[in-house]
Design a protein around this ligand. Sequence first.
Ligand code: ADP
Ligand code: TRP
Length: 343
Amino acid sequence: MMSKQKHIEGQASTRTKTILSGIQPSGRLHLGNYFGAIRQHLDFQEKGDAFYFIANYHSLTSVQDGEQLRQYTLDVALDYLALGMDPEKCTFFAQSDVPQVLELAWILGTLTPVSMMEKGVSYKDKVAQGLQPNIGLFTYPVLQAADILIYHSDIVPVGADQKQNIEISRDLAARFNRIYGGEYLRIPEPFIVESVATVPGTDGRKMSKSYGNTIDIFDSGKTLKKKVMAVVTDSTPLEEPKDPDTCNIYALIRLFAAKEKQMEVREKYKAGGFGYGHAKKELLMLVEDYFEEARARREELVRSPDTVRELLRDGGRKARERAEQVMGPVREATGIIRHYSTQ
Ligand code: ADP
Ligand code: TRP
């Protein structure tokens, strides 16, 4: 029998960990995306070898307008860079600049039981929301697994809703290694910040672009004011005490305010004489303040789209190099021959 082959270098305890995450460019990024995902991505740049990408192939499952997808892709790049993504510290790129992920997705698809996809919670949710139940949407987790496995990712910081997809990636990596008799793909670990509660939207449901209830990160001026003022509250009269813990405005304030400020606002709620209009004004100021620097940086970046494209081009080159290192042994193991060289 052939001895087990090892294609993963280094001792898990000593080498720098690879961190990877992706974000779909399927609309403007909102506060739910920021607190549920983006903030963790930014923190993780400091903690290892981070790879972040714009999942534009995934977005084809919901955006079927080329001009719009191009715009959203550029917007996500601008948003991330403005919010503090640093291409010096991490590899930032577009999924489509690493065509090898589509190749690996196909290979993984041949190991994926249909029943595994049928259990997909996110697929069912999306179909219930009106997305086309097409093959792309059905096998979305397989492409996501390829995204993760192709860089030998160790840690995948994601929101709680992505837990099942990461489980699927782990399962597919283990299947591949078992079937082909070697450690070809690294089993990734999710990193989920459970402490971030679901961010409520203006109607009190989970903030989501599919509910049309978002406050976008880069909303400002009148648009921001209009959305904040529209956040639903109960009808407790101004003079009466209010419960901050059941209030959508307070749930948002909590995300932006430092501990002391949170305490101050809680006291005001409980004392009475503090209306929801007042709370909304506090929230508005906090949001304006919180993103002020990022807003200025974004305005600068918008003026130099070539710089942004160049950054993505460089990130893509680095990502392809890593992907090729993983795909070489995978092609060898599966018997997939290429009669040409990319050199
Ligand atoms: P949407 O629901 O607007 O389509 P996505 O599904 O594209 O947003 O979300 C991308 C990531 O942002 C998710 O993995 C999740 O972690 C995070 N996220 C989205 N909405 C929220 C929310 N309301 N609260 C917390 N995190 C969220
Ligand atoms: N499915 C993720 C989301 O909707 C986006 C995504 C695509 C992703 N590929 C990934 C996240 C790989 C982490 C790792 O938020």
